[in-house]
Design a protein around this ligand. Structure first.
Ligand code: ADP
Ligand code: MG
Length: 614
């Protein structure tokens, strides 16, 4: 007997295979919830004890199983969801591998009770060690109740590997939330050790999201909706103020399946650029729906990663949809929500096809959404012709002399365009200040209502950023050196800030007695106010320090912008208003203040008409 290869006993093979699907209680929760969804349930209850280690039970009112199916369900590769290989490419259900129940049966003691509406009696099946140990007819409500006890009871090594109850419960709640968010039309509840943790009535998506993420989101969700023949994206993004220090409330669903995609996450972040701090994370719940043939959900056993046929187009689409939504929310004139210039260089968009491919591509509905005017994602074929159409926005009006620097000059315009900025800059005709807080700037088509303080914060924020990141800002020399009397702890703080303060335009030096002395300030700090400005800055910086996770530079810039901005309640001269509005529109992101509020609102002719219901 020299042969050394032998077949593994079934129960060991099953346990090994089960390891792929069921890593922890939360994996079983996910599979059982998905089965209930696939069964068409409208009510799904999840009960767990000891974070699922002692018991996981899912009760649904779905279509149930026949007595034979109830037994079959525990066989490996037993599924009712696909029957031929082609089915794999048009999956509409959550499950399809036929592995979940087999895996669960290999690692826990399972009891299944199920009844179909057409059967008078239901069936009860008990399974342990992958073997059916009992089956009998029983009285049962329509639907399925499946409970699994003592997960990994037969594999102590795995059981020991489980984390604390708190950690495993967190995983369970994550899976529960992901399924519940995808199916707001289904009632879900989660009960842990006899206590109800979630009770989610059926409702709209928005209601479901608010139920899960908390009421504070109610007024802070911006609707996202873009539809094309190829795909639809819908859902919500949080207003900039809901951005978090930690990657928290970010959810992507593709055909109602929760997925993790760093790539698509990047697309959303890119859409928020300039509206939230660089190191914070926007919140979003986005649902992508597309033809199942365009995605491969088969690449990962637990199906959280998927492959798209054409990832780059999905990226562009997601980014454009979010930008569009944000632009609408801020009621700003068209933010640049056309596709990123990079997209035009993509193989998918620019590579020459074979004639045959080209023909097929051009007639596809996807292509049309990007290539036909008046479609949301229209891309002009070449940058040159795009420039031509955008130029129309910049036609100098009669009295625009110098209102907005450089814009009547076609060359400058071209440079500006290629610099990637694509903003509609209004030609202002008159200015008027209201309540010493707002500026009304009339344009050819209506008027802008500008918030003077928020607008000024945006302007200063960009100026300071530029100074800190690129070049030295001008300093105005103080006539007399101004000594700063600082507490020791504040001195330490100031010392850390000195290099950046210097870039912004401050000149602060240490004298022989180790006291700091102001020798010069940025041009916009008024005389007499220098010492106070630094005191305030240190105070604000300390305050900011504790609640927002910005980099030191970013914090400094934000404090400075807030502090130096012309406050509401300040009377402005005509000249000052003009300078402010002009400078605002020279900003990269004129429509949003550094804290995420709108800086101005545009009222256009037809909107005004509507207000008067004409
Ligand atoms: P899959 O979901 O991949 O088909 P599973 O092992 O999860 O594989 O389930 C096997 C089969 O058992 C399913 O295809 C389905 O027919 C049946 N089944 C499982 N759970 C339920 C349920 N809650 N209600 C009705 N049928 C179910
Ligand atoms: Mg399943």
């Amino acid at each position: 007997m020299n042969n050394i290869i032998h077949l593994l006993p079934d129960h060991i093979a099953n346990q090994i295979a089960a390891g792929e699907v069921i890593q922890r209680p939360a994996s079983a929760v996910k599979e059982l919830l998905e089965n209930a969804v696939d069964a068409g349930a409208t009510t799904i209850k999840l009960l767990v004890n000891d974070a699922g280690k002692a018991l996981i039970q899912v009760i649904d009112n779905g279509k149930g199983m026949s007595a034979d199916d109830a037994k079959m369900a525990f066989e490996r590769h037993a599924t009712s969801k696909i029957s031929q290989i082609e089915d794999l490419f048009r999956i509409k259900t959550m499950g399809f591998r036929g592995e979940a129940l087999a895996s669960i049966a290999a690692v826990a003691q399972v009891e299944l009770k199920t009844r179909r509406a057409e059967d008078e009696l239901g069936s009860l099946v008990e399974v342990a060690h992958s073997k059916i140990i009992q089956q009998e007819a029983c009285v049962a409500p329509v639907g399925t109740s499946i409970s699994m006890k003592n997960l990994f009871f037969n594999i102590p090594a795995r059981r020991n590997f489980l984390k604390s109850n708190a950690a495993e419960m967190r995983h369970i709640m994550d899976e529960f939330i992901r399924v519940a968010m995808a199916y707001p039309e289904i009632f879900f509840s989660l009960n842990s050790n006899g206590q109800e943790v979630y009770h989610l009535e059926a409702g709209t998506r928005k209601q479901r999201i608010v139920q899960i993420l908390g009421n504070s989101y109610n007024a802070k969700l911006v609707n996202v909706l873009e539809e094309t023949d190829y795909m639809t994206i819908s859902g919500f993004v949080g207003k900039p103020e809901t951005a978090r220090k930690t990657r928290g409330d970010q959810y992507f669903f593709v055909n109602n399946r929760f997925i993790k995609s760093a790539y698509l996450n990047h697309a959303v972040n890119a859409a928020f650029e300039g509206m939230i701090a660089k190191d914070s994370f926007p919140s979003y719940v986005l649902y992508i729906a597309l033809d199942p043939t365009q995605v491969d959900i088969n690449v990962h056993p637990t199906k959280q990663e998927i492959k798209f046929e054409d990832e780059k187009i999905i990226y562009a689409f997601v980014q454009a949809a979010v930008k569009h939504a944000l632009a609408q929310f801020s009621i700003a004139p068209s933010l640049d929500f056309s596709l990123n210039a990079d997209i035009q260089g993509l193989d998918a968009v620019s590579k020459p096809f074979t004639a045959h491919q080209q023909e097929a591509a051009v007639s596809s509905s996807l292509y049309k959404t990007f290539s036909q005017k008046h479609q949301a994602h229209f891309i002009e074929p070449t940058p040159k012709s795009e420039l031509k159409s955008w130029k129309d926005f910049f036609k100098p009006s009669a009295d625009s002399s110098g209102t907005i620097a450089g814009l009547s000059d076609a060359n400058t315009l071209e440079e500006q365009y290629t610099g990637g900025r694509l903003l509609q800059i209004p030609q202002v005709q008159h200015y008027l200040q209201v309540q010493q807080s707002y500026i009304i700037a009339t344009t050819a088509t209506g008027f802008l209502l500008v918030h003077q303080q928020l607008a000024h914060e945006r302007i200063l924020y960009e100026q300071y950023s530029q100074a800190v990141h690129n070049k030295q800002a001008p300093t105005q020399k103080s006539l007399f050196p101004i000594p700063l009397e600082l507490a020791e702890s504040d001195k330490v703080l100031l010392q850390e800030l000195l290099p950046d303060l210097h870039l912004i335009g401050y000149q602060i030096e240490e004298d022989e007695q180790h006291q700091y002395v102001i020798q010069g300030t940025p041009a916009d700090v008024s005389t007499g106010n220098e010492k106070h400005a630094i005191d305030m800055l240190i105070e604000q910086f300390k305050h900011f320090n504790s609640d927002v996770n910005f980099s030191k530079k970013e914090k400094l810039i934000r404090c400075m912008a807030k502090q130096q901005a012309t406050k509401t309640g300040t009377q402005l001269e005509l000249k000052e208003m003009a300078a402010l509005v002009t400078a605002l529109f020279e900003c990269n992101t004129p429509n949003i203040s550094p804290t995420g509020n709108p800086t101005y609102i545009e009222y256009k002719g037809n909107y005004l008409e509507q207000l008067f219901k004409r």
